[in-house]
Design a binder for this molecule. Sequence first.
Ligand code: SAM
Length: 291
Amino acid sequence: MKDIATPSRTKEILAKYDFFFKKSFGQNFLIDTNILENIVSYADLTEESCAIEIGPGIGALTEQIAKRAKKVLAFEIDNRLIPILEDTLSPYDNIQIVNEDVLKADVEKAINEYLPNELDIMVVANLPYYVTTPIIMKLLTEGLPIRGIVCMLQKEVADRISAKPGTKDYGSLSIAIQFYTHASTVMTVPRTVFMPQPNVDSAVIKLVKREEPAAEVIDESFFFEVVRASFAQRRKTLNNNLLNNFSHLKKDKAILEACLLEAGIEGTRRGETLSIQEFATLSNSLYKQVK
Ligand code: SAM
């Protein structure tokens, strides 16, 4: 039988089940086997690897992962897709589908149940574009035993995630994700390989979890507060943004001056020029003064 992702087989499956796409679930299915194989190849799976997929749709990517991994655990929010997946993925005996919103799911519990004691777990997904950032942040901050994430998302978001300091795309999202991972954009993908075609360009990113976060911070949530405040208005200097958007500093300008001096950072710089390490040094210095 042809692969699920071939345009003719996809159309056949959709027609058989009278399936209509729900925009609210970000449903743009992939119909190009080569692209899917490329995505899976970036996950560096071996016969001993397991994968977690978010949003299997009708199983196009799931099938390609299942051919290469030991087991696949997939979370799908749309209950109309569950009987379809049971049908399309019936030739594979290494797939577990969970009919849940991944943002509400207890992913760690599901891993313990379906992938117990597995040493190599990778997330591989063509993400629903309306919730890419919350899904990635959930997977990275819950302390899950995963090696990393290879996923398709909106190109504009991919550019921001993998951006380096001093570039126009660098911001709090780049820092939030690069704090936990080595991030790179590995592939751009044309609109023509989706059904229906999205009205944005797409890209695949690879996030490999760091053994330790990129910098040592006294308090992670305080660090991210400082980062967010520093980017509140991109064109403004650190001095302006931190004084106006960081409640701890409003009362006393001298505190900020002293902390910038201690961190060796000019207050006239813009947030977009600071590395993660510089933000860490600054936030640690501020933490000691205001907490
Ligand atoms: N993997 C399929 C493919 O590549 O053709 C479908 C990808 S489609 C872009 C996104 C999928 O995620 C859809 O199947 C959608 O129903 C599902 N989805 C959307 N929001 C979700 C959520 N919060 N949790 C789990 N699945 C979700």
